[in-house]
Design a protein around this ligand. Structure first.
Ligand SMILES: Cc1cc2nc3c(=O)[nH]c(=O)nc-3n(C[C@H](O)[C@H](O)[C@H](O)COP(=O)(O)OP(=O)(O)OC[C@H]3O[C@@H](n4cnc5c(N)ncnc54)[C@H](O)[C@@H]3O)c2cc1C
Length: 527
């Protein structure tokens, strides 16, 4: 049932409203849970107070009926379900005892490995990057010395690309496996709200604790982790279908019965090797743009109308779309920081992260448009496109990871900013013509988008908005062709491409569920 409640209403008030709706007293409900919660900010300018819209599930006694319930059912305000649906478990029935190697310890790899290990498979997870503790030191060393570690950085290492992120968990696909994934995260220390909040996020600080506990849980289930171990080649047996017999890694050969490829969207060198070994890739559309940063206060005021609401609702976020123009905002980090998501020397790419408290005082998001590969393009066309732009951004910033930047108002006017104000980007910024760095098509989409966003959120496209760039890795540029049910790579019997690097996910949750669903396919549970 849907309920509209004032912000800050206690759970008891919600239960009382739900019980009343079905004609019961709160203590007569056999079960109650919040299935979904979002904030309704409509009508702010005409003085209407913001409120929560809650979708609640309650369990009534079997014999319960009566006029109130019947009326609510007839009006559609309450919908009857045969009983709370059992959760689709991560653990599944199916053949076990296989030796499975998983390449990549990001969300796709983690949530493929866990159910396989719980089922009794002998699972080894390898990652070219470092475990969390060492990875943190490598990131700090990059910030101090301005020399990136190509194997351990913001993109590579335990937890994958989202380890230094806002930990937003609302890029979803409605896969029933989302619920058990979220519950695993809660069991590992993530806040319970992630199960129902429409703007669920964990934050980098809490995410690190969650990842450490997930690692312990996986190790207890028998998963072996090999850190700083890079997939270098495949040993393939050729018959009617190819099968991978072993994986050559920087730490030696690993024989396997099945190989899960969860390499993420920046394993460019691995894609070349996989193509040489006969794995079929295709170029796919991907997002490109810049990061934009504003004082958080400007966003709070624009969204809430009253900055005092921050104490009740937290720092405000936004998700803006310019329909018909092909520009939108993405990966918004309230109270966060702009980061250099760099894994190779001479390339510059931005992204964003925040801690759980959203308290930096600055708000950032990607403003992106879509780049479509030409018909018949080489599978790695998008990789070359990204690299060209990242190189140009590196040069425009002065070649030391200082980022090129431009005030939003100057981007719209087509002028270089005289100076750029403070941003949270760790290496500082330098005024540059970001509008000239992007293709004319993208520049035009972003400019039209900015103008629309400025109408939706006053100040967005003005002096206070600083664009820092470029942002080229909001999504992956390739897809590995895979069998839709078996989930094996075309022409292979035991190679399972998953997650964002394979082109089947665009965020933490979609990558995690793609991994979990592939584990089921590997075990034959979905056939
Ligand atoms: C800074 C930042 C912030 C983000 N914020 C969010 C957010 O708030 N919410 C959200 O939903 N998404 C966010 N994303 C996107 C999200 O992180 C990705 O969509 C998600 O991590 C993809 O998961 P994955 O498992 O497919 O790949 P990844 O997480 O990229 O993991 C791939 C792993 O494979 C390893 N690997 C690669 N090649 C090899 C090899 N040859 N041998 C061994 N190991 C290898 C890498 O080291 C890496 O650890 C963010 C991304 C970044 C970079």
């Amino acid at each position: 049932m849907g309920l509209v409640v004032p912000i800050g209403a206690p759970l008891e008030e919600l239960m009382a409203m739900a019980a009343k709706r079905v004609g019961l007293r709160p203590e007569e409900l056999l079960g109650f849970r919040i299935a979904r919660r979002s904030v309704d900010l409509r009508g702010q300018r005409s003085g209407r107070a913001p409120r929560f819209v809650v979708h609640a599930d309650c369990t009534c006694p079997a014999e319960h009926g009566g006029r109130t319930l019947n009326r609510a059912l007839r009006s559609g305000k309450v919908v009857e379900a045969p009983g709370l649906l059992p959760l689709a478990p991560l653990e599944v029935d199916g053949g076990a005892s296989q030796r499975v190697v998983v390449v990549g310890a990001g969300p796709a790899g983690i949530f493929a490995a866990l159910p396989l290990a719980l089922k009794g498979c002998e699972v080894t997870v390898i990652d070219r990057g470092a475990p969390l503790e060492e990875r943190g030191r490598d990131v700090v060393a990059f910030h101090r010395g301005r020399v990136p570690n190509p194997e351990s950085n913001l993109l590579f290492g335990e937890g994958g690309a989202g380890t230094y992120s806002d930990g937003k968990l609302y890029t979803r696909s409605d896969d029933p496996l989302e619920e058990p994934v979220l519950q695993e995260l809660v069991a590992a220390g993530a806040p319970e709200e992630i199960c129902f909040d429409s703007r669920a996020h964990v934050g980098t600080d809490k995410l690190h604790g969650v990842l450490k506990r997930l690692r312990s849980r996986m190790e207890a289930a028998g998963v072996r982790f090999l850190w700083r171990a890079k997939m270098e080649d495949l040993v393939i047996r050729h018959s009617a279908e190819r099968s991978v017999e072993a994986l050559q890694t920087s730490q030696g050969e690993l024989p396997c019965d099945a190989l899960v490829l969860a390499t993420g969207h920046s394993a460019r060198d691995s894609w070349s090797m996989l193509m040489e070994r006969g794995v079929e890739f295709e170029a796919k559309p991907f997002q490109v743009g810049v990061r934009i940063e504003h004082p958080q206060e400007l966003i709070d005021l624009g969204r809430y109308g009253d900055a005092a609401l921050v104490s009740e609702l937290g720092a405000a976020s936004y998700e803006l779309v310019a329909k018909g123009v092909g520009a939108h905002t993405f990966c918004m980090c309230p109270g966060g920081r702009v980061v250099a998501s760099v894994q190779a020397e001479g390339l510059l790419c931005t992204n964003g992260m925040s801690n759980s408290t959203h308290s930096s005082g600055w708000a950032n998001a990607a403003v992106v448009g879509t780049v479509r590969p030409p018909v018949g393009a080489d599978p790695l066309w998008g990789v070359e496109y990204q690299e060209r732009l990242e190189r140009a951004a590196f040069a425009a910033g002065g070649g030391d990871y200082t980022a090129p930047a431009q005030r939003a108002s100057d981007f719209l006017r087509g002028e270089q900013s005289r100076e750029t104000p403070h941003t949270t980007y760790p290496f500082g910024t330098r005024p540059a013509r970001l509008d000239q760095l992007l293709s004319e098509e993208l520049r035009s989409a972003l400019a039209q988008g900015l103008a629309r966003f400025h109408e939706q959120l006053p100040g967005f496209g003005g002096e206070a908005g600083v664009m820092v760039g470029v942002e080229t890795r909001s999504s992956g540029p390739v897809r590995i062709s895979r069998h839709s049910e078996r989930r094996t790579a075309r022409g292979f019997s035991n190679l399972f491409p998953v997650g964002e690097g394979a082109g089947y996910a665009g965020g933490i949750m979609t990558a995690a569920t793609d991994g979990a669903r592939t584990a089921r396919a590997l075990l034959g549970a979905d056939s």
